[in-house]
Design a protein around this ligand. Structure first.
Ligand SMILES: Cc1cc2nc3c(=O)[nH]c(=O)nc-3n(C[C@H](O)[C@H](O)[C@H](O)COP(=O)(O)OP(=O)(O)OC[C@H]3O[C@@H](n4cnc5c(N)ncnc54)[C@H](O)[C@@H]3O)c2cc1C
Length: 417
């Protein structure tokens, strides 16, 4: 029996691995150039000790999927049609050309010699697996008059293949696992918080990327480690005006871990952590509160706090003439207006479910709730379609993986009973 898994994030990867270990064949279709989903864009949250953020677990599943013989991985691919048959579904998969073969060893020589401004050959984003590079045909000079071949000349493993073309294949499958995941809230949708207009106001997605690439938090404007940082939780979340009236569940978990991570790496830093309420999932929030209280520095023989937990939602961020970013908030009293300067502001964003193309959704008999989370229309009656991961409701990596393992290991009918 063959199973089609759509989406190569933590949910799809776990399902694919579990199915393959039970002897089933899997066709894993991922839209991106590499596997890992949102987790590949995230940083490990522990320096001196593991903080159980789950990121490495997801990346390890991606590396395993590439090596598992029972899993056929289709990268930079999408389902172009899905036809119901007596046996299940006939799926047409289109994979776009990447012009770099899996001989690529990621040495980066190609990027260094690429003459295009902004480059035309790229490493896959974040820590996704496999690490095979790809060429953007629209930018690459080889496909223009000059027929440039600098990257091919610099490649030690002859991995550049300009003759690569898009491929269409068909697979007949008896089950479909849908795991197309999340889209982080775009903080620029709230212009009053100045993300996108003030370079040192960044979203948590940017913060994760910067820490992953630089090893610590640095300001985008000048590369300097900030001394005063504000983190604002629930940006875009639990807010009917953004259409995300729900709690994304994982932001307090990652926000508190990022707070600890950046403070650990920078003893000169002070942090104000703005929140509505702390929902740290399975982890006791008391531990975070105790950590915050214990973070002190000595100033003239007195110990002064380095971390302040402030229960309020700042209403405005704006650049001051002093080069600082000023936050306007009500403080904890709700009665006064405070203006506080910072070197950098991080907006902790939540998520929206990523949709699936309409025709595929209707072929699979999916329904969507008011928030866009997907459900199988007939959970009891249709054992061939399984919806997994954060496209079904907000969940962190740990919950995503646990649920995906259970669903992929258990025949659907039993799982529903
Ligand atoms: C800023 C931020 C920080 C976070 N930090 C943490 C953390 O520290 N710890 C934690 O546990 N959780 C964290 N999370 C949550 C975590 O990212 C999610 O729990 C997890 O990614 C959900 O996995 P998923 O597989 O359901 O979805 P995703 O990770 O979104 O994966 C879905 C995959 O499907 C692919 N896809 C989408 N549409 C298609 C299509 N039509 N065809 C083919 N492929 C498709 C996507 O490209 C993607 O690879 C964080 C989230 C954010 C936004």
């Amino acid at each position: 029996m063959k199973v089609l898994v759509i989406g190569g994030g933590p949910a799809g990867l776990t399902a694919a691995g579990t199915l393959a270990s039970n002897g089933l064949e899997v066709a894993l279709v991922e839209r991106d150039y590499t596997l890992g989903g949102m987790a590949k864009e995230l940083t490990c949250k522990g320096i001196t000790e593991c903080r159980d953020c789950g990121v490495c677990f997801a990346i390890d599943r991606a590396a395993e999927a590439v090596r598992t013989p029972g899993i056929e991985v289709f990268l930079s691919s999408e389902i172009t049609s899905l036809e119901k048959t007596n046996e299940g579904f006939k799926a047409k998969i289109r994979s776009s050309a990447r012009f770099v073969t899996h001989n690529c060893i990621g040495c980066n020589n190609c990027v260094e010699v690429c003459p295009v401004e902004g480059k035309a050959i790229f490493a896959p984003s974040g820590s996704g697996q496999p690490r095979t590079y790809w060429i953007d045909r629209k930018r690459c000079l080889h496909f223009k008059k000059s027929k440039c071949e600098e990257c091919a000349k610099a490649c030690p493993t002859k991995a550049i293949d300009f003759s690569d073309r898009a491929k269409n294949v068909t697979r007949t499958v008896s089950k479909v696992v849908l795991a197309t995941g999340i889209e982080p809230f775009d903080a620029q949708e709230l212009p009053r918080l100045a993300c996108g207009t003030t370079s040192d106001v960044i979203s948590s997605v940017d913060a994760e990327r910067i820490i992953n690439e630089e090893g610590r938090l640095k300001r985008p404007s000048d590369g300097v480690v900030p001394k005063t940082v504000a983190m604002i939780q629930c940006v875009g979340s639990r807010n009917e005006k953004t259409g995300i009236g729900y709690c994304s569940k994982f932001c307090c978990k990652y926000g508190t871990k990022i707070a600890q991570l950046i403070m650990e790496g920078s003893p000169e830093m002070d942090l104000d952590f703005y929140f509505m309420d702390l929902r740290t999932l399975y982890e006791p929030q008391e531990d975070f509160k105790k950590w915050a209280v214990a973070m002190k520095r000595k100033v003239e023989k007195k110990k002064v706090p380095r971390v302040r937990l402030i229960r309020c939602m700042p209403s405005l961020a704006y650049p001051g003439e002093d080069g600082k970013i000023w936050l306007r908030s009500s403080g904890e009293t709700d009665a006064e207006v405070m203006e506080t300067p910072y070197d950098m502001v991080i907006l902790s964003v939540g998520m929206r479910p990523r949709g699936v193309p309409e025709d595929i959704a209707s072929r699979l008999g999916l329904a969507f709730d008011d928030n866009g989370f997907a459900r199988c229309q007939d959970e009891e009656g249709d054992p061939v379609v399984i919806v997994l991961g954060a496209m079904s409701e907000p969940m962190d990596i740990e919950e995503t993986v646990t649920r995906a393992m259970a669903a992929a290991a258990t025949p659907r009918k039993e799982a529903g009973e």
